[in-house]
Design a protein around this ligand. Structure first.
Ligand SMILES: [Mn+2]
Length: 229
């Protein structure tokens, strides 16, 4: 089985060239299974039940992938957690949070990876953004103002800061714990740094970022390797 895993595209609407690149990638992807490991969208919200129209081409491309018979699994990230209802409504698409799956007989733990981010600011902002009060604020503001406000909070999609060594260490020790619990392979994104490394009798992999490094991960019969375009 061929599984393609992709993370952190952070697409940001029709004016963002990465969005067109992602749509082309999705339309051409050759895989039995496609895993989108979070932060596909840089700022998703639904105002009065309607998602931002800026992302319609990506949703249409996901429907094309499903129609071609590829099993599509989306693991939510911290930038696009609010896309859950729309993604769940797409026929044939499987949406989860962190989850362990069996791929070619290997136990594979999949998560976006923001749970290991101890940044206090991120946690505080995350709680505010997930509150009912914040949703009421955005509903009242309407789609154009909500788009701008979320853009200000999310920061420019093009920004790519190197993760501090402490965060890389936190991801590693989190992965080690999952391996001790029985995972053969742990795949997490969020840090924007690609890797495939042996860890405590298992393997830690990060697809890196489709946005910046143009990288993704391929599992060929359970064996992971990084692809950089
Ligand atoms: Mn993230």
């Amino acid at each position: 089985m061929r599984v393609v895993l992709l993370s952190d595209a952070h697409v940001d609407g029709p004016a963002d060239p990465v969005q067109a690149r992602l749509v082309a990638f999705l339309e051409d992807v050759r895989a039995d299974r496609l895993v989108l490991l979070g932060d596909v969208f840089h700022r998703w919200w639904e105002i009065r039940g309607r998602p931002f129209p800026a992302y319609e081409p990506v949703i249409a491309a996901l429907a094309v992938v499903v129609a071609r018979g590829v099993a599509v699994h989306v693991v939510m990230g911290n930038h696009d957690f609010a896309a859950a209802p729309k993604l769940e409504a797409l026929p044939g698409l499987w949406r989860t949070g962190p989850v362990t799956v069996d791929l070619d007989g290997r136990r594979v733990y999949l998560a976006h990876g923001d749970a290991v981010d101890p940044g206090a600011g991120v946690r505080w902002l995350g709680r505010v953004i997930r509150s009912a009060t914040f949703d009421r604020l955005l509903q009242g503001a309407g789609p154009a103002a909500a788009w701008r406000l979320l853009g200000a909070l999310a920061g420019p999609a093009g920004r790519d800061r190197a993760p501090p060594p402490s965060l890389l260490a936190a991801q590693r020790s989190f992965a080690e714990a999952r391996i001790r619990e029985g995972a053969d392979l742990v795949v997490m994104g969020h840090l924007h740094r690609p890797c495939v490394e042996a860890l405590g009798g298992g393997t830690l992999a990060n697809p890196g970022t489709f946005r910046h490094a143009d990288s993704h991960l391929v599992l060929e019969d359970g064996v992971p390797h990084l692809v950089r375009e």
